[in-house]
Design a protein around this ligand. Sequence first.
Ligand SMILES: Cc1cc2nc3c(=O)[nH]c(=O)nc-3n(C[C@H](O)[C@H](O)[C@H](O)COP(=O)(O)OP(=O)(O)OC[C@H]3O[C@@H](n4cnc5c(N)ncnc54)[C@H](O)[C@@H]3O)c2cc1C
Length: 286
Amino acid sequence: MRYEAPSSLEQAVGLLAAATGDARVLAGGTDLLVQMRTDILNPDLVVDIKHIPELREVKEEAGGFRIGAAVTGAELKEHPRLQSVWPGVVEAANLIGSTQIQGRATMGGNLCNGSPAADSVPALIAAGAKASVVGPNGRREIAVEEVMLAPRKLSLTKGEIIASFLLPARGRGSADAYLRFIPRTEMDIAVVGCGIALTVDGNGVVSRARVSLGAVAARPLLVEAAANALIGSKLEDAALKKLDAAAGAACKPIDDKRGTKEYRIKVAGVLARRTAAIAYERARKG
Ligand SMILES: Cc1cc2nc3c(=O)[nH]c(=O)nc-3n(C[C@H](O)[C@H](O)[C@H](O)COP(=O)(O)OP(=O)(O)OC[C@H]3O[C@@H](n4cnc5c(N)ncnc54)[C@H](O)[C@@H]3O)c2cc1C
């Protein structure tokens, strides 16, 4: 196996584009190295992206934040402003694994590993984040919900890397939240994950919302019907019931040892209600 640690995005893309065998990006390695050690993957080329300055920084841009794809969850938490503006995104990234894992794991790796249960992905989708994809044909910005197509299957083409995520400017009266349900108290894979970002007007009425669910379908979902259930409401019981029903209706889950289909559908509704309540309270507090 060949290991390369380029210092520029162009070099990284060049190496991946020219590779003939299986070529993989290495960010934190908390998925990739486990898969290599257990012989699930045996790449011919590994391109470590942690030495590329552009991928290692968080900067304010267009009123929002550009987060390099090799920034770790622990670094997101330490940023002086990010957590107060996008608490849901930061809390999702910091639910990943343990303290040790959070010191390595990135949101780019979480997304590109292609797991429907990846914790940071529903939070990014709810936030309306864009992924900046760089490849042999240049750079393109795509919505995060368009990156993953199915388990382990991405819309990225040969030589393409996610360079960063752009979190948009957060409007006045807006906030986000992420919750997941796991059978244990920590270090487990989500049975359901839910990210919600919403905006409330001066009267406490929800004027905009985005709802995303993870671990309930072949890829993380953006659930428009669930967002519509919240819009125009003050999260009254009737709106929460609609949200619950819309979240459950969007699920196409699998049965596995963590839960049956019916259980996941039920949990999705409950989790959506609880996540909405947290985002709403945060938005009202400004
Ligand atoms: C003990 C343990 C606990 C865990 N707990 C959780 C958990 O609670 N929740 C959760 O969601 N996950 C969990 N994980 C999985 C893993 O930690 C996360 O998915 C993590 O975010 C992966 O990020 P990484 O930087 O380590 O990715 P890597 O392992 O470096 O990469 C993962 C995949 O993405 C590709 N890749 C990485 N970066 C890019 C990029 N910028 N562009 C294109 N492709 C890229 C790699 O080639 C590889 O295929 C856990 C893992 C372990 C070992």
